[in-house]
Design a protein around this ligand. Structure first.
Ligand SMILES: [Fe+2]
Ligand SMILES: [Fe+2]
Length: 205
């Protein structure tokens, strides 16, 4: 019961964007860049997309940890989830600094991802991990795309995105090491489509 209450509490904090990270933001003391109005708005919108991605990561990991059968797998998922909480805090902070706002649809993103995570978890650990590894791979690619799109001088945002990307690569390697299966191509394509919908909508709303 306590476990469920603490999961619920984490969910509320995630959706409200008030998660606090254990590690300080990689933006550190890097100076704020001189950005034009449109550069700033673009960077804020990209960080809103990333923040939604991290809301989804919270929900996915929570759903998966709830259903994971093996204790070691569960502990590893929980460790990764804590790092995703840092990402959530860092991206929320960066959105605020850029004068943007988080997605209005966060409760919806969270609920959708929790359902998907729970479903993946129900398929068993090997598939749970397969789904996780593929998610992390797609997020990594996506963050690489953002590094190409962000204003070159925006060092604070870039530091956050780069640090998240290296954590996601680590999460993927962990999932593979724990024995992730390889998803079939149609499953990967469906995930790509879902993430395309999310990123397109979250850029605007
Ligand atoms: Fe993340
Ligand atoms: Fe991750």
């Amino acid at each position: 019961m306590d476990h469920w209450i603490s999961q619920f509490d984490r969910a509320l904090r995630a959706v409200a964007g008030v998660a606090d990270g254990a590690r300080p933001s990689p933006a550190g003391t890097k100076p704020e860049a001189e950005l034009t109005e449109s550069e700033r708005a673009h960077a804020a919108a990209l960080m809103r997309v990333n923040h939604v991605g991290e809301i989804c990561a919270q929900a996915l990991y929570q759903g998966q940890a709830l259903t994971a059968r093996d204790a070691h797998t569960r502990a590893t998922l929980e460790q990764a989830a804590r790092e995703e909480e840092d990402h959530l805090a860092w991206s929320a902070q960066r959105i605020r600094e850029l004068g943007g706002r988080p997605s209005l649809l966060n409760p919806l993103w969270y609920a959708g991802a929790l359902a998907i995570g729970t479903l993946a978890g129900a398929l068993g650990d090997r598939w749970n991990l397969a789904f996780l590894a593929e998610t992390e791979r797609q997020v990594e690619e996506h963050l690489t795309g953002h590094l190409g799109e962000l204003p070159p001088g925006d060092e604070r945002t870039r530091a956050v995105v780069s640090a998240m990307r290296s954590d996601e690569a680590k999460h993927r390697a962990t999932a593979l090491a724990l024995g992730a299966a390889e998803l079939a191509l149609p499953a990967k394509a469906a995930m790509r489509l879902a993430s395309k919908v999310m990123t397109t909508v979250a850029y605007r709303v």
